[in-house]
Design a protein around this ligand. Structure first.
Ligand code: FE2
Ligand code: FE2
Length: 664
């Protein structure tokens, strides 16, 4: 294909020799060339000749104060301007391109490359754009690569697939994939192949040059430039000018969802042919498909993450449902948090009427002074949030263990990468404040902080329910206590009996090493064990002297089942039902109401039975005085294994020895 002298170039340079070389070079391609040796000639010839391409020395443009470029831009002349200069100064290149030039060439030229560049430009403006057609092989290779890219849904594997694809389709000898780190304003190498010339890349964005890797250009005379058009669209730039360079270079930006995330640069050895238009086109197609796939992969990852978060929150709320113990709630929150997030310290300042607590969990053992300083930071934050004045000296430090996550050895971190304090309250309830710390940097910090707030919010709802529940329970217990007092008052012989039984039963339970939860149940049952007497007629309860067979068996004995029925339908008193029902059963089965024996009788009921008997024998009744502790104990021991559980009697004897120094 030749231009048959219908292509027209203007060469403008004060150095006539250069103009002549340009004209000679282009005439071999049947391109007509006019020459301008100064600014005046340039202005005249540009407007009269209307060339396809004008190759203009930077000094001539500068002398004219760049008005020529403004005119071309304003009048939309077809002339494409290539600016030349004696130096490969990037600032001149950027300046010229910003003012409307399409390319920049540093003198002296390599005329072979100069010729091919100008001919390419003329092809577009004289003959119109030449459609890029891929060969069959290129097309099928490209098709396979695009298919692979579009089915990769993981950003990490995607970058490998794309990078490998670019190396393979371009036949590059080396390559490097830089990803832009916004925070550091620097490019980070993520993939590398061969021995790329790392020191030769600069990037030109529409707003100027960015040396994103500092030493890239500092030691280099020449740079491969990556251009962005004025409209913001990126295009690849192929550098083949510098003869001292051992590589042909090509760089292509990778954009994801409108963000430039990085650049892939490919290098081909100088002795091989430079990159062709078809190479460029294929690489641009791969880059654009990669961008689209990465965008979708990103969406896929973030949707998956959202689903996981929702699952976590939903499981967490489900676990909390019905949980009324605040320590259980706190422990559940800790477990959920450390399972999902790389959190290394969690703390909760529990603000209470009496002593406050700071419940903390640490992934690695930390010295106490570090925990103390965290606690004091949390107390400050709490006081500031609610204008309170919790005194840090009144806060007890208590560790929380999470069996599923064992502690690792000491790795004290006094400068954590992430810290978050969340005060927790609901209306008038001030629960305290949560603390989260991570020694590591959290990815997606904003999302993770939102997730933590969400979890804490769920915990806050559970803590509120727990507080309301314990308020209701407390009110109910208060009512029941009043009822127990009313019963004792009704039975004038047994004044204070219920409270005494409660205390004795608790001592026995502690002696038998029962857990706090069961001790609590036994205490409550002790207080309420005779609540059924509320339904026994006063004349029987207060009858001076022994009851008749009928009065005792027919009426008095019903008090245990009457009492059990009172608590049966109250949710948080249901645990007392069996203890109240069976507090008169005998170990050998001779008791009432069911005549069950041995371990068929709940342990709490066996304890109550001993406490009840001891209290009755040691208190003064109108018809008899107290038997005294020693005699009472003797009687208990004599009925060991028949009326009473021997293990309970033994425990009681141990307690009695400690308390009354009685040894039988
Ligand atoms: Fe009783
Ligand atoms: Fe009793």
């Amino acid at each position: 294909m030749t231009f048959q002298n219908n292509a027209f170039v203007l060469a403008a340079d004060s150095d006539e020799g250069i103009c002549k070389r340009i004209a000679d070079c282009l005439s071999s391609q049947h391109v007509k060339t006019a020459v301008a040796l100064n600014t005046q000639q340039l202005v005249e010839m540009l407007s009269t000749l209307d060339p396809h391409v004008a190759i203009i020395d930077y000094q001539l443009l500068k002398a004219d104060n760049f008005s020529l470029l403004e005119i071309i831009k304003k009048e939309k002349l077809k002339t494409q301007i290539v600016v030349t200069a004696d130096t490969a100064d990037v600032k001149i290149a950027v300046d010229a391109i910003k003012r409307g030039a399409v390319d920049f060439l540093a003198k002296p030229f390599d005329f072979t490359e100069f010729e091919s560049k100008i001919i390419d430009m003329l092809k577009t403006s004289v003959l119109g754009p030449v459609p890029e057609v891929f060969s069959d092989n290129e097309f099928s290779g490209l098709y396979n690569i695009l298919k692979k890219i579009s089915t990769t849904d993981n950003v990490d594997s995607l970058s490998t697939v794309v990078f490998d694809a670019m190396i393979s389709i371009s036949g590059a000898d080396a390559g490097i994939f830089h990803v832009y780190n916004k925070e550091k304003h620097a490019l980070v190498t993520t993939r590398e192949y061969g021995n790329p010339d790392k020191k030769k890349i600069q990037y030109i964005f529409s707003d100027g040059v960015h040396d994103l890797i500092e030493d890239f250009s500092a030691t280099s005379k020449h740079s491969a430039l990556l251009f962005y058009n004025n409209d913001g669209n990126a295009c690849a730039y192929c550098d083949t000018e510098d003869v001292n360079n051992v590589f042909h270079e090509i760089s292509v930006p990778i954009n994801i969802g409108g963000d430039r995330i990085g650049v892939i640069s490919l290098f081909r050895n100088r002795e091989k042919p430079g990159f062709s238009g078809s190479d460029l086109k294929m690489i641009e197609v791969v880059a654009s498909q990669a961008g689209a796939s990465a965008y979708h992969a990103g969406l896929y990852v973030s949707i998956n993450r959202k689903i996981e978060e929702l699952m976590l929150i939903s499981n967490f709320s489900e676990q909390l449902m019905g949980m009324v113990d605040k320590y259980d709630i706190i422990r559940t929150l800790y477990s959920a948090t450390v399972k999902y997030l790389p959190i290394d310290v969690i703390g909760f300042l529990v603000v209470q009427k009496r002593a406050h607590e700071f419940l903390y969990w640490v992934r690695n053992r930390k010295d106490n002074s570090r925990i103390e300083s965290i606690c004091s930071e949390v107390v400050d934050a709490y006081n500031k949030s609610y204008s309170m004045s919790v005194n840090v000296k009144r806060v007890l430090l208590r560790t929380v263990s999470l069996p599923e996550i064992p502690l690792t050895e000491c790795d004290t971190c006094s400068n954590p990468e992430f810290k978050h304090i969340l005060p927790v309250a609901w209306e008038d309830f001030r629960f305290g404040a949560f603390y989260f710390e991570s020694a590591r940097k959290l990815e997606n910090k904003a999302e993770n902080t939102a997730l933590l707030s969400n979890l804490v919010n769920q915990a806050r709802i559970a803590l509120t329910n727990s507080r309301l529940y314990s308020d209701i329970k407390e009110n109910y217990i208060r009512t029941i206590k009043a009822l127990a007092i009313a019963v004792d008052a009704k039975d004038t012989y047994t004044h204070g009996h219920s409270e005494n039984v409660m205390n004795i039963a608790e001592e026995i339970a502690r002696e038998m090493n029962l857990d706090e939860k069961n001790i609590g149940i036994i205490r409550d049952a002790g207080l309420l064990h005779d609540i059924g007497k509320i339904g026994i007629p006063g004349q029987i309860l207060n009858k001076p002297g022994p009851l008749t067979y009928e009065e005792f068996n027919g009426i008095m004995k019903t008090h245990s089942s009457l009492g059990a029925n009172i608590v049966r339908d109250v949710p948080f008193l249901q645990g007392l039902y069996k203890l109240i029902l069976h507090h008169h059963e005998h170990f050998d089965g001779s008791g009432y109401p069911d005549g069950i024996k041995g371990e068929q009788i709940p342990l709490g009921a066996r304890i109550l039975h001993v406490a009840d008997a001891f209290e009755a024998m040691t208190s003064n009744r109108p018809y008899r005085t107290s038997l005294g502790e020693v005699e009472a104990l003797r009687r208990l021991v004599s009925a060991k294994s028949t009326q009473f559980d021997p293990a309970v009697i033994d425990a009681f004897l141990r307690f009695a020895y400690r308390k009354y120094k009685i040894k039988l």
